[in-house]
Structures are given as structure tokens and as C-alpha cells.
Write a protein that binds this ligand. Structure first.
Ligand code: 9MR
Length: 383
């Protein structure tokens, strides 16, 4: 246990009912002071992370790692399954079945540790992320009725299975960053784009009346996100005009490298434009969530000390800004340990070495980024 731990009994529960002693032999954490969960709670926020129940050793398999689970138990008040609730996992076998085994394991762990859960995602409205069968699915003689039934059954089933979700990414990443338009999918080809999204939110509201309903996307503060931000604001405005029940904007916060092709460090974020964007969103009455935080260090030097320091400083500036909005209610890292970050599998560094995008290193030790997040939480105004 760390000193000053505010909730020793919960934080001793390491894993699925495992007693602390079962993990003896692991070094104690070097992080000192209160957990990120308790620092967040002190300010009326929740802090947590994504966790993946994929295969052992895979980037998507952090949940299989006991020491990763230990960090989750220590640091997080809130968990989100990284992939386990996506259509391509839950509906992999076809329209007639639902596969909840992987998500259920994460939900059981969260329950055993007294952690809240958030859901990602009821409708990743992007053609790439549906299971393959949907492309050739026969919607029959009344395709509108059939498409609406498929979507409402999916959303209702997931919401009812996990009534403990405090928030749901109802719609994920449907704005095309190239021009700000809403993407088309098999469902919107039949139902229309806005009607598809509206149906998703109305269905979620009915099936999960207490959950915060979120539109989640990766528009960010780096150069190159201008059309994406514009498109998201247009979408949010449309939701308000039509009375669509959307409570919050999920800001994914995959920050850092400006684009996949450059190796030139971080560049200068568009802070003023970013504030204007957040002002518009909150001005429409939306809450904000930081849903998938990590820092892409693709263009930074190899040496750990300057690299970690640059990542931490960049993130501190970002969190100071995000937390200055009292509308920011949840903060989630997209993974807690570098070796499980999705970024290891995307856009390699020029030196081909591993990236350092998360709060803990591959030896499960906290990095300067962890302290930057802690410092930002400590400095944040209460909400
Ligand atoms: O981290 C996730 C990775 O394991 C998956 O392979 C990928 C595709 O499903 O999705 C990653 O998570 C994404 C999230 O669901 C939505 N926002 C962007 C995230 C990073 O790509």
C-alpha cells in the first residue's frame, strides 16, 4: 500500500478477489502519495483506464497481466473495456448471437474492486468497424424496419446487460476528419445518416436512462484537426436542434505526434482554437470527458529521460487546459502500461524502438507522465 491511501480496503483487492499476499514478490510501486482515482475524486472527477481482454501477451491483452490488473486496482476508479463491447467482438458470429464473455470478465473485475464502468461503444459508425457479415446481410423486404430493429436490439441488449455503466460512448468516430462530413455505413445507407445516429441515442436513453450518453471522437488540438473539429461541432449542433439526447462530448485525447507521416516531435498545439472548440461544445450544454488519453512520442528522441520529460510537460499543459473546464467529468487513459498501448502497433518510430505513450513503463513503474497527470488533478478546480 502507498502512504496516505484514502481507501485501503478497496485498494488491497488486487484482481478478482485476490488478496494482496497472493501477489507477494512484486516490488511495491514507486508512485508515492494518493492514487489518481482519489486525486480525481477529491475534485469531483473520475479517473480510470481502458483494459483489454484479448489474448495473453497481445497488445489487446492487458487484462491477462496480473501486474497490470494490480495497477488498475491501485490507480483507477473507473474502467472501460478497450475492444470487448465493439460490434466486431460482440456480434462476431452473426446477427443472431451476442458474445459477452470477454466484457463480462472485465465487469466482474471492476465489481470486485469497487470500480465504476463505462461502455465503449454502442455504434462505431464507420464502415471499417462492423463485423464482415453486415455487408452482405439481407435486410429483407422492409429494410428500414429491419435496420432499425438490428440497431435497437443491439443497443438495448448491451445497455440491459450492463446497467452499471455510468456512461456510454453511444456513437464513436463518425465524423470524417478529411472534410467534417458524417460517414456512411450499411445502416445509414438504409436509414439515413442523422436518423441512424439519433436512433442510437434515443434507444440508449430508453435502455440506460441513468447513464451519461456520449458522442466520442478524436478531433484534437494539433494542427490538421480543423475540419474534424468543425464537423464535430456541426454534428453536436444538429443533435441539439433535433432534441437528440446527448449529454457529453468524449474527447479521446490521443495527443502528441501531429500526424502519422512526420517525425518532428510535437509541434505547437492550437491552444486558442482548441479553447474556442471546447467553449462552443460546452456552450451548447455538453459535458466533456477525456476518454482515451495517451501521448504519441513517435517523433521524440530515443533517450528515456528527455523523452519522458517532454511527454509529461506536453500532457500537463493539455490536462491543465481540459480540467480548467468544470464540465470535464471523467478522465480515462487508453491503457496504463506502455507495452499494451495500441500505438506500439501503428506508425513505427524511425528508430523502430518501442514507444512510451502511457503512465507506467514496461517494468510497471510510474513515469513522469503519471506525476504530470497527478499534478494536473491536484491543481484542478473542484467541480
Ligand atoms: O486500442 C484499440 C485497439 O486495440 C483496436 O485494435 C482498435 C480497433 O478496434 O481500436 C483501438 O481503440 C480505438 C478506440 O476504440 C476508438 N478510438 C481510437 C482508439 C485507438 O485506435
Amino acid at each position: 500500500m502507498r502512504p496516505n491511501s484514502p481507501a485501503p480496503s478497496r485498494r488491497q483487492a488486487l484482481g478478482l478477489g485476490l488478496a494482496a499476499g497472493a501477489l507477494s514478490g512484486f516490488p511495491a510501486f514507486a508512485a508515492t502519495g494518493p492514487s489518481l482515482a482519489s486525486l480525481a475524486r477529491d475534485k469531483g472527477l473520475q479517473f480510470g483506464s481502458a483494459v483489454g481482454a484479448g489474448p495473453v501477451g497481445a497488445l489487446t491483452g492487458s487484462f491477462e497481466d496480473r501486474r497490470y490488473r494490480q495497477i488498475l486496482a491501485e490507480e483507477c476508479g473507473l474502467l472501460v473495456p478497450e475492444n470487448e463491447l465493439k460490434w466486431y467482438v460482440v456480434r462476431a458470429a452473426g446477427p443472431a448471437s451476442f458474445a459477452f464473455e470477454r466484457a463480462d470478465r472485465i465487469a466482474a473485475f471492476a465489481k470486485a474492486n469497487g470500480q465504476a464502468l463505462r461502455g465503449h461503444t454502442l455504434l462505431w459508425h464507420h464502415p471499417q468497424w462492423f463485423p464482415a457479415w453486415i455487408k452482405t446481410h439481407d435486410f429483407g423486404a422492409q429494410p428500414k424496419l429491419a435496420a432499425a430493429a438490428l440497431l435497437t436490439e443491439h443497443i438495448t441488449t448491451l445497455c440491459q446487460r450492463y446497467p452499471q455503466m455510468i456512461s456510454w460512448d453511444v456513437v464513436n468516430e463518425t465524423v470524417d476528419p478529411a472534410d467534417g462530413s458524417v460517414r456512411n455505413t450499411v445502416l445509414s445507407d438504409i436509414l439515413g445518416r442523422e436518423p441512424t445516429l439519433d436512433l442510437a441515442f434515443h434507444t440508449a436513453r430508453a435502455a440506460a436512462p441513468k447513464a451519461r450518453l456520449v458522442y466520442n471522437d478524436y478531433m484534437s488540438w494539433e494542427v490538421g484537426n480543423e475540419k474534424h473539429r468543425y464537423g464535430v461541432l456541426k454534428l453536436l449542433e444538429g443533435f441539439r436542434k433535433r432534441g437528440t439526447p446527448v449529454d457529453a462530448l468524449g474527447v479521446q485525447a490521443h495527443i502528441g505526434a501531429e500526424n502519422a507521416d512526420s517525425f518532428t516531435g510535437f509541434g505547437k498545439p492550437q491552444e486558442q482554437e482548441w479553447r474556442a472548440f471546447l467553449d462552443e461544445a460546452t456552450g451548447m450544454g455538453y459535458d466533456l470527458l477525456v476518454t482515451e488519453f495517451d501521448v504519441h512520442d513517435k517523433g521524440l528522441v530515443y533517450d528515456f529521460a528527455p523523452r519522458d520529460a517532454a511527454v509529461a510537460a506536453y500532457a500537463k499543459g493539455y490536462f491543465d487546459l481540459m480540467l480548467s473546464y468544470r464540465q470535464t467529468k471523467e478522465v480515462l487513459a487508453w491503457g496504463m502500461v506502455d507495452k499494451y498501448s495500441w500505438l506500439q502497433g501503428q506508425w513505427p518510430r524511425q528508430d523502430g524502438k518501442a514507444k512510451r505513450p502511457t503512465l507506467y513503463d514496461d517494468n510497471y513503474q510510474p513515469k513522469p507522465l503519471r506525476e504530470a497527470v497527478a499534478a494536473a488533478l491536484k491543481a484542478a478546480p473542484a467541480r
